[in-house]
Design a protein around this ligand. Structure first.
Ligand code: HEC
Length: 474
């Protein structure tokens, strides 16, 4: 595997690239899970109706399905395409590896998605006129297809975090049925059921024509799948246990934001679960539009927190133990430290003419290749601000030993000259981009940087270091 591949560059300015994917991903996951859970809920309602156990079901199904189709076909599909679009811009190499390794798995996932769309459209168009048995079959097909698309995509997503035996064997099925596959599939299935139930509670209050008593009985029925949330702590713990120990380290104190996001996800899920079990299921409380809306928003918060953590604990990798977040291959660090990370970079910088020296242009390219997925030069998570209080010497040392400075960063993957260029770039921008900037090429400085880089080694940092890093800086 080559240490680095160059793709056309997108510069999002003050917006952190990783955040652009994350922000979209949260919406997409939430909508997709709603679509999956919704299909299962509607099957259940149709079955109750055929058993004569819920006479309102048929009418509600048709109302709910309209919303489901609208949300999943329009918003779900648009955010899905947007996800592909942004991730190909931000991390083309990761997507490239995913497509290369799982070509037929993607194709299978896509086929199920097509089946879901066809079944969904048929039900939308003809459902109201069909006999009950055909309605159940069509709804069954719709929810089977949508759950199967989760099944296939889940293997690829969980592989990114826990590639398991694939790292050694490169075997597709070992990668697909990786250690995180089953717990994350179960966990997402439960989330889907819960989101669909809560969305039903909102909708029951919004569609006109039901009396208060009818609404009460529908809430009681549609709330039933929420009982699955009882299994969440157990399945969640299993999922958590399947993660590598150093990934777990992030959320157990290694990274404050990550720990906070996990707490947010767990807290929001616990609140929903408690209200669902004690309020809706045991006390049969009526859930009005405001309460249902609030619960659904909490579910969104839980999804957002959970997705943030899932993406976050993979750091510094996008594919664990294989590809770093900045698209440098794990095994390519040593080579790039000799050859230089910018050696084959064919792309100019934006506004290259505005840089007063070649060295600063080089610094800009080093930043773009190695840091720009997670940092900006003056926006979110800006390296200018993060290094604001550091001396020149501290900048050199802490960047040379990047994986020890903060273990969620990859090791530095360039030559001492490139590192010095990056340090000079940071200083130049910090000084307000003056028209002239002296070149820095003292051989003693470069030799010292080389020594620091070698000292840091090529291994990734470790989460257990994270808590202790605050005071290791010189
Ligand atoms: C995988 C994502 C990622 C990559 C790639 C990355 N960083 Fe970071 N970096 C982070 C995160 C997250 C933080 C923590 C920010 C905070 O503490 O607010 C951080 C912190 C820092 C800090 C502050 C450290 C401290 O102790 O306060 C500096 C300086 C820094 N990064 C520089 C760089 C440079 C230079 C590069 C490229 C050579 C780079 N980073 C690449 C994610 C990354």
């Amino acid at each position: 595997m080559t240490p680095l591949e160059h793709y056309p560059v997108v510069d999002l300015g003050p917006i952190m690239k990783g955040m652009a994917i994350g922000g979209l991903g949260i919406f997409h996951v939430f909508l997709a899970q709603f679509a999956i859970g919704g299909g299962m809920l509607l099957c259940y309602l149709q079955w109750l109706h055929m058993r004569g156990r819920c006479r309102l079901a048929r009418r509600f199904i048709d109302d709910y399905f309209k919303v489901l189709v609208l949300v999943s076909f329009v918003l779900g599909a648009v955010t899905g395409v947007a996800m592909w679009f942004t991730s190909i811009q931000v991390s083309p190499r990761t997507i490239g590896v995913m497509v290369r390794e799982f070509h037929w798995v993607w194709a299978t996932e896509w086929s199920f998605f097509c089946l879901e769309v066809v079944a969904g459209y048929l039900f939308f168009r003809f459902g109201p006129r069909l006999p009950d048995a055909s309605r159940l079959q069509l709804l069954g097909l719709y929810s089977f297809a949508s759950w199967m698309s989760l099944f296939w995509i889940n293997g690829i997503l969980s592989w990114q975090l826990t590639p398991g035996g694939w790292i050694e064997s490169r075997d597709v099925w070992q990668g697909f049925f990786n250690p995180g596959f089953l717990p994350s599939l179960l966990f997402r299935t439960i989330c889907s059921a819960a989101i669909a139930s809560l969305a039903a509670c909102v909708l029951i209050n919004l569609v006109p024509g039901f009396t208060r008593r009818e609404r009460e009985s529908l809430v009681a029925i549609c709330g039933r799948p929420l009982v699955l949330m009882l299994a969440m702590p157990l399945v969640g713990a299993w999922y958590f246990g399947s993660m590598p120990a150093d990934s777990r380290g992030w959320v157990t104190g290694g990274s404050v934001p990550m720990t906070m996001f996990l707490t947010m996800a767990v807290g929001a899920s616990a609140l929903i679960g408690l209200y669902a079990i004690f309020g809706i299921l045991r006390k049969q409380l009526y859930v009005n539009a405001a309460t249902a809306g609030l619960l659904l928003s909490l579910a969104f918060v839980a999804t957002a927190g959970g997705e943030f953590v899932r993406e976050g604990v993979r750091k510094p990798f996008t594919i664990r133990e294989y590809l770093y977040s900045n698209s440098v291959a794990r095994d390519g660090i040593a080579e790039l430290r000799q050859r230089g990370v910018t050696a084959d970079d064919p792309y100019p910088l934006r506004d290259e003419a505005a840089y007063p020296s070649e060295q600063l242009v080089l610094g800009g390219k080093v930043f773009r290749a190695q840091c720009s997925v997670c940092h900006t030069l003056g926006g979110v998570n800006s390296v200018i601000e993060l290094t604001g209080s550091w001396s020149l010497e501290q900048k050199r040392l802490n960047i040379a030993q990047l994986q020890q400075t903060k273990p969620f960063m990859p090791p530095f993957a360039g030559t001492p000259e490139e590192l010095e260029a990056l340090v000079q770039l940071i200083g130049w921008i910090d000084a307000g981009r003056p028209d002239a900037w002296e070149e820095s090429s003292d051989p003693a400085v470069l030799a010292e940087i080389r020594r620091w880089i070698d000292e840091a080694g090529t291994r990734p940092g470790h989460a257990s270091l994270a808590a202790a890093t605050g005071d290791r800086r010189r």
